[in-house]
Design a binder for this molecule. Sequence first.
Ligand SMILES: *Cc1c(COP(=O)(O)O)cnc(C)c1O
Length: 399
Amino acid sequence: MLPPNVYDAEPIPVAARAEIERLLSSGDLFRYTAPANAPVTLLEQDFAALLGVRYALAVSSCSAALFLSLKALDLPRGARVVIPAFTFAAVPSAIVHADCTPVLCETGANYRIDLDHFRQILDSGVEAVMISHMRGHTSDMDAILAEAAARGLPVIEDAAHSLGTTWRGTPIGTLGDIGCYSFQSYKLLNAGEGGILVSNDANLIARAVIMSGAYEHNWAKHGTDAALEAAFLRWQNALPLYNLRLGNLSAAVIRPQLAELARRVRDGRRNHDHVAQRLNVSPWIDVPEKLALEERAPDSIQFNLIGLNDTDVAAFTEAAAARGIKVQVFGASQDNARAFWNWRFLGEPPDLPQTRAMLMKACYVRLPARLTVAECDLIAEAILRAAQEVMGNLRAFGT
Ligand SMILES: *Cc1c(COP(=O)(O)O)cnc(C)c1O
């Protein structure tokens, strides 16, 4: 059996075709052309209902959503915003884009925020908290929300890659003041590009809607509750228009995928947990446990190599590649966008030994929901044998 292809996306549900055909024949591609019920508006309504939040705003990417979240909070220029040091380069970039300053917090071997360092950073003075639930690994949200609330700090959740994950049964991205999700192709809902932000706060969402490009009275197409309307009237003409809107075609691609979400979450979790259980048998591999209050929606697996030095790590990824499985190590390539020392646009990288040590040993392999358990077994087998080959033989010769 050949190793499975873990890169291809799932086909877009056939239900999208009729709507796309209708949009192509009418040319109705802009969200604000129709008087009501544009595909983007319907996507926002469906998404908000699915997550149980009051408001959603669809935009051009999750990065745009993160940028608009910071702008919606009206932070002063240069405001310090704490983020986990284990995240994607787009996150500190969104902060720089909003004229704020990212402050990197240590993350542990379990990929989650180190709460002692987090408290230290909050005490050193920050104006907002932006939590990336990186690859669906949820940091302790009870602790984070409590620490932020005690200091009156707003919390933005970067749930780009965590749609479907819950904390105490509540969807990740709906716990803080604003949550942001991605529709880029490697995330759970695929439109090529796109993003969405959610909030229960009428003032924040009104500011984000206007700045996303709801010029003149287009905000009226975002709903009519009294709190929202009052907020729109407050901010009309007072804010810049950054034009980060989503188009109708993208919305038409995403909407029918919402019905697929539960299946993708269920099968992705099954695949992840199956491979995790197999890998954890190896003395050289550790898949960190999820936190007790978290239910995950993984589409990849992360694991740490135990007792391997940098040469062993390289030999291990080569041995896995020879078996047809591409294992990436976050810190091992020259250009990995999730290694904080590669974010040279921030200047000299801070000294974060714990996160650095984790990134040098943390591997990842995509495990899309469409894989069968048999295909997952092939992946697990290749990883186990690669570790055995590199470490088992070394041990035998070394003793
Ligand atoms: C993908 C991703 C982003 C960026 O999303 P875009 O829609 O591509 O801008 C941000 N944060 C995390 C954790 C991501 O995985």
